[in-house]
Design a protein around this ligand. Structure first.
Ligand code: PMP
Length: 396
């Protein structure tokens, strides 16, 4: 039977990690996969996480199952982080999920089981896994314009035109709340209002992918899209990931929050979400969510988290600045100033696939084929090396 199974292609991003690990060049640099690295090149365990884990280990009394929808205080913290108190809690069904990917998959499963004939609109470009997640739940997808032809700025006119002219009422639209992956290009607050108005007017269902809360401009500042949308749309889905902002990548911590028009609908939606979880993975893992809840239950640990998150965000911004300034000194004559207007870990460098290949083959510098760079993977001390290599491939 299994003899007929064909080999699947490697994941476009995680596959690069394998190639990086196998590269013997001691000067290799990994700017591909989206994890934060500190000045020493490590992806650290946050200090607030270590402190919370210590408390959990000392106080833990059981490894019994969590409820299907996850740990109640964790779910309440997620609701407050995402919506503050702008929406009545009775209108929001929150379910703890294994990471942001689990949240997106749960949203797609809800659409598949409850919203027949729904189609989802996805930005061009987007995170490579988005298409696969919706395809796995048999949800057809289409693309709306997002990145302008200059590959540096936001095509607001194109996006609004596509959402107005191509969608059908009832369709879903997948949006990146902040730190758009892979471009780093985000709408302004005013542009979010314009987008939200079109979503409401066309009766489109917003699905907000919130994987980088706190990495753009701040925890509360980054809710600008959620606020704009939920103030004019009665229904929305938010998919949270705490992989990046708590550095809890491998613990798989996320949540799907479904906002409905009233409390009765929310109860029905919640029951369907639980039924989908039950037949999928039954109930979520405890540890990561318990860490998040322990931190957010304690004002001292919360303050520590805010400090560490600010540290990560400011470091990434400083790396953007250092890269742009160092590129100027190489004399390559290519202005990377646009990187300073972008948010989060990623940016589209504008490097073409041949230049990406050359960076990897000649210098063992790994970036994604589309030209996406993980700025958070850059290193202060090796910025000169990186920029010289980039300048060389641009000039060739
Ligand atoms: N959405 C986007 C836009 C992402 O970049 C990521 C992580 N790379 C996710 C969702 C999924 O996050 P998680 O690792 O928590 O599943």
């Amino acid at each position: 039977r299994f003899a007929t199974v064909a080999t699947a292609p490697p994941d476009s991003i995680l596959g690069l990690n394998e190639a990086f690990a196998a590269d013997a060049n001691p000067k290799k640099m990994n700017l591909s996969v989206g994890v934060y690295k500190d000045a020493s090149g490590q992806t650290p365990v946050l200090r607030c996480v270590k402190a919370a884990e210590q408390r959990l280990v000392d106080g833990e009394k059981t490894k019994g199952y969590l409820p299907i929808d996850g740990q109640p205080d964790y779910r309440d913290h997620v609701r407050r982080l995402v919506f503050a108190d702008s929406i009545d809690a009775s209108r929001i069904a929150v379910v703890q999920t294994p990471g942001g990917t689990g949240a997106l998959r749960e949203a797609a499963a809800l659409m598949n089981s409850q919203l027949p004939a729904i189609r989802v609109w996805i930005s061009t470009p987007t995170w490579a896994n988005h298409q696969s997640i919706f395809a796995s739940e048999n949800i057809p997808y289409d693309n709306y314009r997002y990145l302008a032809d200059d590959k540096k700025s936001f095509d607001i006119a194109g996006m609004l035109e596509d959402l107005t002219g191509k969608t059908k009422p009832g369709d879903a639209v997948l949006l990146h709340a902040c730190c758009h992956n892979p471009t780093g290009v985000d709408p302004t607050a005013q542009q979010w209002n314009e987008i939200a108005a079109v979503l409401a007017q066309r009766e489109l269902l917003p699905i907000i992918d919130f994987a980088y809360q706190g990495f753009g401009n701040g925890l509360d500042e980054d809710t600008v899209a959620v606020r704009a949308i939920t103030s004019v749309c009665a229904e929305a889905i938010v998919c949270s990931s705490f992989s990046k902002n708590f550095g809890l990548y491998s613990e798989r911590v996320g949540a799907v929050s479904v906002m409905s028009a009233d409390a009765d609908t929310t109860t029905a939606v919640k029951s369907q979400l639980k039924s989908l979880v039950r037949s999928n993975y039954s109930n979520p893992p405890r540890h990561g969510a318990a860490v998040v809840a322990t931190i957010l239950d304690d004002s001292e640990l919360t303050a520590m988290w805010h400090g560490e998150l600010t540290e990560m965000r400011t470091r990434i911004k400083a790396l953007r600045r250092q890269f742009v300034d160092t590129m100027k000194t190489t004399g390559a004559g290519h202005d990377f100033g646009f990187l300073l207007d972008q948010n989060g870990m990623f940016s589209f460098s504008g490097l073409n696939p041949m230049q990406v290949d050359e960076l990897r083959n000649k210098y063992s510098i790994y970036i994604v084929g589309s030209g996406r760079i993980n700025v958070a993977g850059m290193n202060e001390e090796r910025m000169g090396e990186l920029c010289t290599a980039v300048a060389n491939v641009i000039e060739n």
